[in-house]
Design a protein around this ligand. Structure first.
Ligand code: ADP
Ligand code: MG
Length: 219
């Protein structure tokens, strides 16, 4: 076995006197195609934010590829967020005054990737997610489901090693949910790893492992 993909070591999340979880330990190996379920408030969103390097644990550490996020410089953390992980979170975080294409190109400006290749990648992802007609449309004109697919497409732009997603198909009809699964399957073939918070049966059936986070315990 090589270096684990993600390691949670004695991870804790506390707010004042409230402990959501503590001493959380888990190892995710590559390839990882895994879902996290659990009751509302159990800390699922916070956990994947921590792995994304967007939230600091109260205690313990997250290692990705053997490197502790806490030991990274700001520049290294940016690279982690731009290239290692792609994030598609619940409130979409898409910029509504920009077009769909501009939203998708944004990660490339930060990572310095080739723009022509980026446009090609954007068009390939949009075609897979039935968003092609909206590439030049301002995001404020897009429906919730279209924005959700756009957030996912943007998360995959830099071909991240790990996709971290929080209920990524919550607003989608069956046809579009099928498109998302099909795209994820294809990305998996080129080495994508997935860690997804979801309660959707359709998505749960597509993963290799389901973890439950409840009462501070991951099992
Ligand atoms: N900034 C915050 N301040 C105080 N409590 C918070 C904050 N963020 C999250 N929490 C609390 O932490 C717990 C876990 O939240 P969250 O990770 O969103 O859980 P889940 O995604 O499983 O529903 C919840 O009880 C929530 O109220
Ligand atoms: Mg949540």
């Amino acid at each position: 076995m090589g270096t684990p993909l993600i390691e949670l070591r004695q991870l804790a999340l506390q707010f004042g006197s409230t402990t959501v979880f503590e001493k959380l330990n888990w190892t995710f190996d590559d390839p990882c195609w895994c879902a996290i379920v659990g009751p509302s408030g159990s800390g699922k969103t916070s956990l994947i934010h921590m792995i994304a390097g967007l939230e600091r644990p109260s205690d313990g550490e997250v290692l990705v590829d053997g490197r502790s996020l806490a030991s990274m410089t700001d520049d290294e953390l940016s690279v982690h967020r731009q290239k290692t992980v792609g994030t598609a979170f619940q409130h979409f975080h898409v910029q509504t005054d920009k077009t769909a294409l501009e939203n998708m190109m944004l990660p490339l400006f930060f990572s310095g990737a080739d723009l022509d290749q980026g446009r090609q990648r954007a068009s390939e992802l949009c075609s897979a997610l039935d968003l092609t007609a909206f590439l030049q449309a301002p995001v404020r004109q897009l429906s919730g489901g279209q924005r959700q697919r756009l957030a996912l497409a943007r998360a995959l732009m830099n071909r991240p090693r790990i996709l971290l997603a929080d209920e990524p198909i919550g607003n989608l009809d069956a046809e579009n949910a099928g498109r998302v699964l099909e795209l994820l399957r294809r990305e998996r073939e080129r080495g994508l790893n997935l860690l997804v918070v979801t309660h959707d049966d359709f998505l749960l059936q597509g993963v290799d492992q389901v973890l439950r986070l409840e009462n501070g315990v991951l099992s």
